[in-house]
Design a protein around this ligand. Sequence first.
Ligand SMILES: NC(=O)C1=CN([C@@H]2O[C@H](COP(=O)(O)OP(=O)(O)OC[C@H]3O[C@@H](n4cnc5c(N)ncnc54)[C@H](O)[C@@H]3O)[C@@H](O)[C@H]2O)C=CC1
Ligand SMILES: O=C(CO)COP(=O)(O)O
Ligand SMILES: [Zn+2]
Length: 352
Amino acid sequence: MFEKSTWIRLPRNVVIGHGVLDQTLAAVEELHLSGRPLVVSSPTPHAVAGERVVEQFAAAGYDPAEIVIEEASFDAVQRVIAHAEEVEAGFAIGVGGGKAIDITKMAADDLGLGFVSVPTAASHDGIVSGRGSVPEGDTRHSVAAEPPLAVVADTEILAEAPWRLTTAGCADIISNYTAVRDWELAHRLKNVPYSEYAGALSQMTAEMLVDSAGSIKKGLEESSWIVVKALVSSGVAMSIADSSRPASGAEHLFSHQLDRIAPDAALHGHQVGVGAIMTEYLHSGPKGRWRDVRDALGALGAPTTADDLGIDHETVIEALTTAHEIRDRYTILGDGMSEEAAIEAATVTGVV
Ligand SMILES: NC(=O)C1=CN([C@@H]2O[C@H](COP(=O)(O)OP(=O)(O)OC[C@H]3O[C@@H](n4cnc5c(N)ncnc54)[C@H](O)[C@@H]3O)[C@@H](O)[C@H]2O)C=CC1
Ligand SMILES: O=C(CO)COP(=O)(O)O
Ligand SMILES: [Zn+2]
């Protein structure tokens, strides 16, 4: 008897373009959500877009509530939950970078509220995903969270954000190459469930972004358009897989470990990009495609070395040798790299 089943949760409205922040109310009203909106953001995104979203809903008679969070943590999720209960929120709107959006979707999941995603930076592919990524002690959780019912990505705002945030988004997408390789490996070696559709979509998204590198340039709003569409596509791959596997492999474990031992040293996307150069080397050897990964990152203006990241060489080696410990996700790192092998990989690829 055939017993397989799948449940793919995707956004209903994806609104991308110049000035579309002003259409947040319209995108939400289409969803037939009721009650008070709670606008969750972090300080800069609040000033850049959150206040405008609040004003839009206030002008339409919604009595919006708001909360500004400072960091991505389970404590922050709890604070948002408590505030949402206090103000009796009917749905949640996350406005910001990856951290604010992750916190909002996790709080919305806990409360059973609808969630709307309003990215202010094209810096990460959690814009659409139904996953939240949060550090806790020695580990980092990828937890099931509320996927957005609507996404409103205003390319005018994304284009005005610091350029490094956009190159971080590009690198988060390029890391899909190695993430999919790790996923396939885990499928072959450990029988981890693999989705051909999600794997193919994730890989195609990375290829399309690399093919568009010539149009991704500082100061061009079209760059934000190309990158945010790729980020949405990558998030859809995660939703199809019901896992972050299509977009998160060993290069992400490396980045998560860097976040622990060198907090806030560099952006998530930049770290995973540099990680991907080294994990591609581990997959395909010295003559393999690690140069293609490095060159693609370089062409898009993303970091390719430890020095570019502003992270010292010893920290890179420590993160490489301990990355496999961060969570139970089988990758090319297997049960861990020796220090000698880590130095070799980082040196041959020019990361250190
Ligand atoms: N849930 C998921 O599937 C995914 C989650 N993530 C998570 O997202 C986080 C990384 O996202 P980021 O956006 O890099 O971090 P972030 O949310 O800390 O934002 C980076 C910085 O950009 C600033 N910023 C945002 N928009 C701005 C604007 N318009 N103008 C000026 N500054 C602006 C923020 O205030 C912050 O200081 C990590 O925690 C990562 O694990 C990343 C990818 C996927
Ligand atoms: O960053 C992600 C995909 O780009 C997903 O994060 P996790 O590694 O926590 O699943
Ligand atoms: Zn990522």
